[in-house]
Design a protein around this ligand. Structure first.
Ligand SMILES: [Zn+2]
Length: 391
């Protein structure tokens, strides 16, 4: 479509707690039995494809279970994918037993079977017969619920297990044609984003303080464990959960700010490809320290999905030596004062984290050779925004 903006569909899976009921539990148990029944039939008749299995089992399924036909289709799909996984394990000699078995309670529901009605999810069990599941949710999930209820969001196949409901929301998003790129460098406690025209966003966090405060708490609980093992176990679980939640909130705030920055200037986002990094032992200490501080991969994951929702492209580049080489001539950077590095070959001076970002920017496809500032020390930045993000 010339001149028009391309749209892509973005899927975001959101999980909810729910109010359990005897009815839903029975449905979950029946679904598990259906899956095991389908697996048995597939093995008995040597059927591997979903369609063939569906055709094979339908008659007997119908006489055993009085549910909407969609449940048969879902059970067949789950059984077919379990069998596929099992065959793969078997080829590698890792399969346990002679057939896969569904043990845990869960089910997948065709979107046709599910509506959001009133204040609950409505599942069609049989024509004209419904089961209602009330979801529990916070502010983050509320937005999705409201749009779903208003019919603005489509949903994919919904998964329900004993404690949670997983809803993949599908949304059409207009793609933004980026006018440039912004690269993101993550350190132990701060995140730096730099564009080719040297707009800088610096996010500082209190992650280290949080981590050490919880470390201290856990140490004290550990001491208690000899006297009161039960209490200590309970406290440990509670504090671990709180720490996880705080770190997750922090990652959401950081990623939201990064994506806002990119969106505001119309930039695509350049991230470090960790596959390359893990393969390289030479990264050694710096990488290990980073992986044990800010949950790096998870932050990238949040950035990527928020960017996709905003229609911004994301690319991953090889980060090899991005923090030690000169972005101008490729010479070695040596520390030259606090946070500043200087190139031993051409004398280029740059803030350490900004230099890493400039290197990443130059590796982004379609970024070409962005013009480099004569100096990338703080005095020469086009714009700098400093934000302290606490959780
Ligand atoms: Zn240089």
């Amino acid at each position: 479509m010339p001149g028009g903006r391309a749209e892509t569909e973005v899927t975001l899976t959101v999980s909810f707690g729910y109010e359990p009921s005897g009815e839903l539990r029975r449905l979950l148990e029946d679904f598990r039995d259906m899956v095991n029944f389908c697996v048995g039939k597939a093995l008995e008749h040597n059927v591997t494809s979903y369609y063939a299995l569906r055709k094979l089992v339908y008659g007997e399924w119908k006489s055993r279970w009085n549910y909407s036909t969609h449940f048969c289709h879902s059970a067949c799909r789950v059984a077919a994918s379990m069998l596929k996984g099992f065959r793969r394990l078997k080829r590698r000699g890792l399969a346990k037993g002679d057939r896969p078995v569904a043990e845990k309670l869960f089910m997948r529901l065709d979107p046709e079977l599910v509506r959001y009605q009133g204040d609950a999810v409505r599942i069609s069990v049989r024509p004209g017969e419904f089961l209602y599941v009330r979801l529990r949710y916070g502010d983050y999930q509320r937005r999705f619920i409201e749009e779903w209820r208003a019919g603005k969001l489509k949903v994919g196949e919904i998964t329900i297990n004993e404690t949670r409901v997983y809803v993949p929301f599908r949304k059409a998003v207009a793609q933004v044609e980026p006018r440039g790129w912004v690269a993101v460098d993550v350190n132990e406690t701060n995140v730096t984003a730099v564009s080719a025209d040297l707009r800088v966003l610096r996010l500082e966090t209190n992650l280290r303080e949080i981590r050490s405060a919880y470390f201290e708490k856990r140490r004290r609980i550990q001491e208690l464990s000899k006297l009161k093992p039960k209490t200590s176990e309970r406290l440990m679980a509670r504090y671990s959960k709180r720490e996880r939640n705080r770190v997750r909130d922090l990652l959401h705030k950081l990623s939201r700010r990064l994506v806002e920055f990119a969106k505001q200037h119309g930039f695509g986002i350049v991230l470090e490809d960790l596959k390359h990094m893990r393969a390289r032992i030479r990264y050694g200490r710096r990488l290990n320290r980073r992986l044990h501080s800010l949950p790096f991969r998870r932050l990238q994951f949040y950035v990527e999905y928020k960017a996709r929702l905003a229609g911004l492209p994301v690319v991953y580049v090889d980060p090899k030596h991005s923090s030690t080489l000169c972005p101008v001539c490729g010479g070695r950077l040596a520390p030259n004062g606090r946070r500043v590095s200087r190139c031993g070959r051409c004398g280029y001076e740059s803030d350490r984290d900004v230099a890493a970002c400039l290197n990443l920017l130059r590796r982004a496809p379609g970024c070409g050779e962005p013009p480099l500032p004569p100096k990338a020390t703080e005095a020469s930045w086009a714009e700098v925004e400093r934000v302290v993000i606490k959780c």
